[in-house]
Design a protein around this ligand. Structure first.
Ligand code: RIB
Length: 311
C-alpha cells in the first residue's frame, strides 16, 4: 500500500462563473452565450481538491469573503474531506471570483478578482505553523499576496519541507525569494511572462527552463497543454508527451496536474513516472466541464492509467 502523503496548500479559493460562448462580444455589443456553470474554483482550492481526490491528506490555508460564497466554500472543503481549520472568513471583503469564458475548442480565458485571497498574510502562515511543519509538501500559487508566497517558500526551506510553486497568474518575480524552491511549475504563457522570452514549442520551453534553473530552482516542470510537459533539472531535460483525450474545457488542467503530481511524488513514485501520471490526470480533467467538478477520483484515474499506460 502506497504512503498517504500529507499536503498543504497555502493559496486561493474562488467561485468560478463559467460561460460557454462561440465568440467574444465586441465593445458595446451584447451576444448570447451557450451555457453557464457555477462552481468552486481558485487555483489553490483546485490543487487541494485534485490532491485529495488522488488520495492525500490535504490541509488548506486560505481566506474567503464575508459574503454568501465564504461559508459555501468552507463547506465545500469539508465535504471533499480537506482540512479547513485554517480557512477563515474575512468580513467586509468579497470572496475571490473568476468570470471564465470557454470557446468551443475548450480553450479558456479567465479574469480573477482576488477579493479575500489578498488578505492571506504571513501571520496566517505563522498561525498554521504547527500544521505546516508536519506535512510532506507545501503547494503555492500567485493568487495570494506575493509577500505571503515568499514567506512560505522561506518557511518550507527552513523546515526542509518539499515546496512547489505554480506562478499563476503570472507576474514578475523576485527570483532571490524563490531560488531554493523544489519545483517551479508554470505553463507556457506563465513561463513566457516570468522569463520574458516566447515559449511556443518544446525547444523554447527547454531554453526557458535553462534560465529558470540558472536562478537556483532545483526542478522545473513546464506544462504544455496538449503537448504534455517538460521536466527539467541540472541533470538534463525530458519532454513527456500528453495522452490523447477528447477535451471540452481545459480550465483547471494545470491545477489538476500540480495537485496530482504532488500526490504521486509523495507516494514515492520516481519523478518521471509521477509526471507521466499527472499528464494523464490533467488531460482527463479537460474531458468534463468546470474545474473541481471535472477532476477524477483515484479509482477512476487508476482504471484509466491501467488501460492507457499499457499502450
Ligand atoms: O486554474 C483555473 C482557476 O483559475 C479557476 O478555478 C479560477 O478560479 C482561477 O483561479
Amino acid at each position: 500500500m502506497a504512503k498517504i502523503p500529507r499536503i498543504a496548500v497555502v493559496g486561493s479559493a474562488n467561485i468560478d462563473l463559467t460561460t460557454f460562448t462561440d465568440r467574444f462580444p465586441k465593445p458595446g455589443e451584447t451576444i448570447l452565450g451557450q451555457k453557464f456553470n457555477l462552481g468552486f474554483g481558485g487555483k489553490g482550492a483546485n490543487q487541494a481538491t485534485a490532491a485529495k481526490l488522488c488520495g492525500a491528506a490535504v490541509f488548506m490555508v486560505a481566506r474567503v469573503g464575508g459574503d454568501l460564497f465564504g461559508p459555501a466554500t468552507i463547506d465545500n472543503f469539508k465535504k471533499i474531506g480537506i482540512d479547513a481549520t485554517h480557512v477563515k472568513q474575512v468580513e467586509g471583503v468579497s470572496s475571490g471570483v473568476a468570470p471564465i469564458f470557454v470557446e468551443p475548442s475548450g480553450q479558456n480565458r479567465i479574469l480573477v478578482v482576488k477579493g479575500a485571497n489578498d488578505e492571506l498574510k504571513p501571520a496566517d502562515v505563522d498561525a498554521a505553523a504547527d500544521l505546516l511543519k508536519a506535512v510532506d509538501c507545501i503547494v503555492l500559487q500567485f493568487e495570494i499576496p506575493l509577500e505571503t508566497v515568499y514567506y512560505t517558500v522561506a518557511f518550507a526551506r527552513k523546515h526542509r519541507i518539499r515546496c512547489m510553486l505554480n506562478p499563476a497568474p503570472a507576474q514578475p518575480i523576485d527570483f532571490n525569494a524563490v531560488s531554493d524552491l523544489d519545483y517551479f511549475v508554470p505553463n507556457e504563457s506563465e513561463a513566457e511572462t516570468v522569463i520574458g522570452m516566447p515559449v511556443k514549442n518544446v525547444e523554447d520551453a527547454k531554453k526557458c527552463a535553462e534560465k529558470l534553473l540558472g536562478y537556483g530552482i532545483r526542478r522545473v516542470i513546464i506544462t504544455l497543454g496538449a503537448n504534455g510537459s517538460l521536466l527539467a533539472g541540472k541533470d538534463g531535460m525530458e519532454h513527456l508527451p500528453a495522452f490523447p483525450v477528447r477535451s471540452i474545457d481545459s480550465t483547471g488542467a494545470g491545477d489538476a496536474f500540480i495537485g496530482s503530481f504532488a500526490v504521486f511524488l509523495g507516494e514515492g513514485l520516481p519523478e518521471r513516472e509521477a509526471v507521466r501520471r499527472a499528464n494523464l490526470y490533467a488531460g482527463l480533467s479537460t474531458t468534463g466541464i468546470g474545474t473541481q467538478k471535472s477532476f477524477y477520483d483515484r479509482a477512476r484515474f487508476d482504471a484509466e492509467w491501467a488501460a492507457r499506460s499499457q499502450s
